[in-house]
Ligand binder design. Structure first.
Ligand code: ADP
Ligand code: MG
Length: 255
């Protein structure tokens, strides 16, 4: 399989704390790749370094044969990397549909506000608007968000809000999707649904997925490979069964 993302010797410090300590791993195209580890292990910091929110102190990030280390968030997004946040970042007083349309704005040549407000029939903005709505409707279908479509975010159960955020990331049509604890705060049934949809996103849209998950059991069934982090270092990397049985992983989780 072709390499899509390669992280090499990535280091990030906060004062005296080394949140990422020369971390190295690679993700191939089409994988569901999970990153597990206790709280404070450096998982979210890793995503922030990949996406350009934090500048790493050392090491490199490569995406499709191009080094993207230290690029700004919008530059990373334009290359086809989308993410969700551990703490929801949605517009609560906008509807599901409106939030998903905002995800499309990367692709709007005439700009998101033209797309939303200029509805002159036949104008380029209007044609784009229709195209984007169709794409967003596809995502609503894929994630079963019909009932939430025209409701405000604040009116939705937490599990559904998390799905909308996933949908908004998908609306940018990424080739790589980074999910930071997508199942956090969900009940058992919502978690099962989410795993099913993550599988669908990979299988039907061909999106490569890197998923952070605090709960190790949650990712074992769905992941092609798993990276276990502790104190910013890789303590184990490999196929799910091997990671679950790895003595260092067991110690990190129990100790
Ligand atoms: P995880 O997502 O695995 O729970 P984080 O990546 O959020 O862990 O954090 C890793 C470590 O880095 C923690 O000790 C955290 O307190 C620290 N850290 C993360 N972001 C910052 C920041 N902006 N300033 C200071 N310390 C931070
Ligand atoms: Mg985190």
């Amino acid at each position: 399989m072709a390499e899509l993302l390669a992280v090499s010797d990535l280091t990030r410090r906060f004062g005296g704390l080394t949140a990422l300590d020369e971390l190295t791993f690679r993700v191939d195209e089409g994988m569901i790749y999970s990153i597990i580890g206790p709280n404070g292990a450096g998982k979210s910091t890793l995503f922030n370094c990949i996406c350009g929110i934090y500048r790493p102190d050392g090491g490199t990030v490569r995406f499709r044969d191009e080094e993207i280390t230290g690029r700004r968030p919008h530059q990373v997004a334009r290359r086809g990397i989308a993410r969700t946040f551990q703490n929801l970042e949605l517009f609560r007083h906008m509807t599901t549909m409106e939030n998903l349309m905002l995800g499309r704005h990367l692709h709007m040549r005439s700009g998101v506000w033209n797309g939303i407000t200029m509805l002159h029939r036949g104008s380029r903005a209007a044609r784009e608007e229709i195209e984007h709505r169709e794409q967003v409707e596809e995502i609503i279908d894929l994630l079963g968000l019909h009932a939430a479509r025209d409701r405000y975010i604040w009116q939705l159960p937490y599990g559904t809000q998390k799905l909308v955020e996933l949908g908004r990331a998908l609306a940018t049509r990424p080739s790589l999707l980074l999910l930071d604890e997508p199942a956090a705060g969900m009940n058992f049934e919502e978690r099962q649904d989410l795993l099913f949809w993550i599988g669908d996103i990979r299988d039907e849209l061909g999106v490569t997925i890197v998923m952070i998950e605090h709960n190790m059991q949650m990712v074992m069934g769905i992941s092609d490979r798993v990276l276990a982090l502790d104190f910013g270092r890789a303590i184990a990397e490999g196929e799910p069964a091997a990671i679950a049985a790895h003595p260092e992983v067991v110690r990190a989780y129990l100790g």
